[in-house]
Design a protein around this ligand. Structure first.
Ligand code: PRT
Ligand code: ZN
Length: 210
């Protein structure tokens, strides 16, 4: 049977835990930071190391069979992939936040205001659902400094401990979406035997942790 390919984050918040999960499944592989693809020596699997933003697209197109990525990235890229397993790490919440002394107290107060975010697709859907018309300012990083610089009235960004919001004089006021790392599969992979074996191992690792 042909090797499967799994895409995981090359570096960043999900890299280490993704690698650890695969190692805990008994998979033996070299984890050289410089190589973008590695072959597992004792299981029919290759590992691709990618930017997290690219993972859902690779899986949707079938270039990778599987991927480990945050649900927030899947939603933002609107990729058609199959959710196979929640993985219990990379937990965070996409939240709306404003400056501590802001007049914005609830969702309706966002009408006519500007919101900086790296998640314009998710934010637009959320605002539409609540019939709020706000101006979405797309920025790709350091979103938390936007209100202080006068670029926006509010932000929509990922929060885990809340420390970054606090350090930038911001307070959260609404949750947009919770997220964690998940295993995704390409369409059409459902009956694959290698996947079945890998899933069983992943589930045993997750159960042992509980
Ligand atoms: O290079 P690449 O594109 O692969 O990585 P990236 O920089 O886009 O993503 P990365 O590594 O920062 O995050 C990968 C995934 O981890 C995200 O898509 C989320 O699913 C998940 N995750 C979990 C987080 C956080 N926690 C998190 N705290 N992603 C980002 N953050 C950032 C957030 O943007 C904010 O700036 O951390 C800051 C807030 O953290 P606290 O603890 O101060 O609240
Ligand atoms: Zn990214």
């Amino acid at each position: 049977m042909k090797n499967l390919k799994i895409a995981i984050q090359k570096s960043g918040r999900l890299n280490e835990k993704s690698v650890q999960l695969l190692k805990n499944c008994g998979l033996d592989f070299e984890n050289y930071k410089s190589s973008l693809i590695t072959t597992v020596s004792n299981f029919p699997l290759e590992i691709l190391f990618l930017r997290d933003d690219d993972i859902p697209g690779y899986v949707e197109q079938g270039i990778a069979d599987l991927g480990i990525v945050g649900e927030n990235v899947i939603d933002e890229t609107e990729s058609e992939v199959n959710y196979l397993q929640r993985l219990g790490f990379g937990k965070c919440t996409l939240k709306l936040a404003v400056q501590k002394d802001s007049d914005i107290k609830d969702l309706r107060d966002l009408n006519g205001k500007s919101i900086a975010t790296s998640y314009p697709v998710i934010l637009k859907k959320f605002l539409d659902e609540y019939r709020i018309e706000a101006d979405i300012q797309m920025i790709s990083g350091s979103v938390e400094i936007a209100p202080g610089l006068g670029l926006s009235d509010a932000i929509c960004d990922i929060v885990s401990t809340g420390g970054t919001l606090k350090n930038n004089g911001l307070k959260q006021f609404a949750d947009v979406r919770k997220s964690e790392a998940v295993l995704i599969g390409r369409p059409g992979l459902e009956d694959n035997e290698i996947l079945a074996e890998l899933l069983q191992r992943i589930q045993s690792v997750l159960m042992a942790k509980e």
